[in-house]
Design a protein around this ligand. Structure first.
Ligand code: SF4
Ligand code: SF4
Length: 193
């Protein structure tokens, strides 16, 4: 009997202790919590300030992906109108988000910081095919991604992405001539692999 009374009082005391504290419950989805800085959510592809795409179609992200969720279809750049600063660019870039386990290996493998995982975590949809994110959806989600897959109130910049095209580690050891064109694109050439 005494033990029961003690337990009851301890319960009341715990309730009283928390009554004066600030509420931590958020009224989701109207209110959203910003995830931690290192949170790995929805991917984005990035461009340089001059508008060139960072991705050089090297496939390293696809090779590093343990879920085989990434498909990269690369093509040679036209030196007169290059899309990226490298020899090639990603004509097709897709991520199957149903396969993705958000490990971040693709981000780690990318030599030019073209792909990054951001803070976005609300990635619901109704159709399986809607989870195959295309290059447009990854480059400009606000414009191309379905409304269920992009939420500007969660999306935020994760600090600066370093490097200029000609200074990238991926090409800094490249033969002279890589930066011959104003945009930094190398003249495409056939190579025996
Ligand atoms: S986060 Fe991991 S699983 Fe997802 S696409 Fe990148 S490497 Fe693949
Ligand atoms: S995102 Fe990075 S690693 Fe993947 S193909 Fe493009 S440049 Fe290569």
């Amino acid at each position: 009997m005494i033990e029961d009374l003690k337990a009851l009082l301890a319960g009341f005391f715990t309730t009283l202790r928390h009554m004066g504290r600030k509420k931590i419950t958020l009224m989701y989805p109207e209110q959203k919590r910003q995830p931690a800085a290192k949170f790995k959510g929805r991917h984005q592809l990035h461009k340089y300030d001059n508008g060139l795409e960072r991705c050089i179609g090297c496939h390293l992200c696809a090779a590093a992906c343990p879920s085989q969720a990434i498909y990269v279809g690369a093509e040679e750049n036209d030196p007169k109108a290059p899309i990226s600063f490298g020899e090639r660019y990603a004509k097709h870039f897709e991520i199957n988000m149903i396969r993705c386990i958000f490990c971040g290996f693709c981000e780690e493998a990318c030599p030019v910081e073209a792909i990054r995982l951001g803070p976005e975590y609300e990635l619901s949809d109704y159709q399986r095919h809607a989870f195959v994110y295309t290059k447009d959806m990854l480059l400009d989600p606000e414009k191309h991604a379905p409304r269920r897959q992009f939420h500007a109130d969660v999306e935020q910049h994760r600090g600066p992405i370093g490097g200029k095209p000609e200074g990238e580690a991926a090409v800094s050891g490249a033969p002279k001539g890589h930066c011959d064109t104003p945009t930094g694109a190398r003249t495409p050439r056939k190579q025996d692999l």
